[in-house]
Design a protein around this ligand. Sequence first.
Ligand code: GLU
Length: 492
Amino acid sequence: MKPARTRMAPSPTGRFHLGSARTALFDYLLARKTGGQFILRLEDTDQKRFVPGSEEEIMQSLDWLGITPDESPVHGGPYGPYRQTERREIYHRHARILVEKGYAYPCFCTPERLEKSRQQQQAQKVDRVKYDGLCRAIPPDLAAKRIVSGEKHVIRFKMPQDGVTTARDHLRGDIVTENKHLDDYVLLKSDGLPTYHLAAMVDDHEMQITHVLRGSEWLSTFPLHVNIVRAFGWDEPVWIHLSVFLKPSGKGKMSKRESAQAIKDGYSIFITDMKDLGYTPEGVLNWIALMGWGVPEDDVMTLEQMIERFNIDSLTPSPAAINFQKLDHFNGTHIRLMTNEDLSARLKPYFVAAGLNVRDETLLKVTPLIRERLVTLDDCLAFARFFFEEVVKPNPEDLVANGLDAKQSAMIARKSYEILSGLSDIAHAVVEPPMRAYVDASGYTAGQVFGILRVAVTGQKVSPPLFESMEIIGREKVLSRLRYAIELLDGM
Ligand code: GLU
């Protein structure tokens, strides 16, 4: 396959979510696979919907995912500018070409007239409300004069009125639409800015885009888009309309309400939330790759492996339900594929953000003890914050072993303290034999004795392996935590 030029063309009108990330990923994979380029183009022509900060969020999301564009408003490139509001002249020139060729016309209808016509059509119960075509009939020289005189106008596409338009989607095949159902869409607005329909077609051509991957919400205007491209006489790109995302229940499209619910449940569909929630770019990428790419749904893949395997023919148009349990699964799996060094470096910020003082050397010893149990990176706090705390404050009830009372538990804690303080070293291999000997001699169970010790030194009932943990915490801290536990038990 010859090098593909792909683009993702988000509008800075909201947050960067899974859908945008998936388009970007597939664009990136196709470009990398074929030795081509992946382009980021900002489609910011709808200034009313502009949301401050959303451009930055797009860039941050792509950077965090590790799918950085080759050409973009930030990276530059030979086909710039990559922000549509900086390309106005280009759209004006192209709109003029279409008008001159008879494929578009100026329309002077006022918003009031359009509204009235819309209401009339609705009253007549027409199948589809459309522009009624009044200005189509204005002779070009007259229209030109009205423009010169400064009359407010838009430019509309002159949609063919008979026959059909056949548009080919690479995944869905030919989509045939009767032209009489199509509207004369606006290409250039009265504020001089283009609509998506004109701007995206012009830019895809000018930027030599070979494959257009976009959401299936564009299928309804797909016939318009191919008509525009054909009116210019350009080659069409390969068009791919990706599947929609369904709610986790599989019933209905993902909505604003569903994404708010996801946040309540500790998940998110927004990429910049993923880091705080403890997800890794590897886990997120693997998860989104499998929504709409027909590879076996449990396949674990790194970005490199995805590039290796990617093929647009195996993308699928069927809707994909968002399954956050799968995200957890892939995240945990990718965590376990990391080296200890890499994982330690990624865990550190979560400890630091929790106000803990983390020594890298200690963290490197802690990581292997918890890595098997991590689903998200921030789970490290629940499992391992006690390693870095100065003191732990166990719940006194938790110090009382199953089947024993506070007095008996205090006695066991004292005995344990006696044994441990008598040893000069807290190494696992040094501590375990005398502690086991004590269990055997005492008549208590290992669960009871080690349970008290565990709560005393870690502050929690469930922890990584006890003796390994004590070795990392160090002799002095273990002994002082044990003294504190004895005090608590004595006070009960
Ligand atoms: N600006 C459009 C959007 O955000 C881009 C669609 C496309 O990729 O062509 O939906």
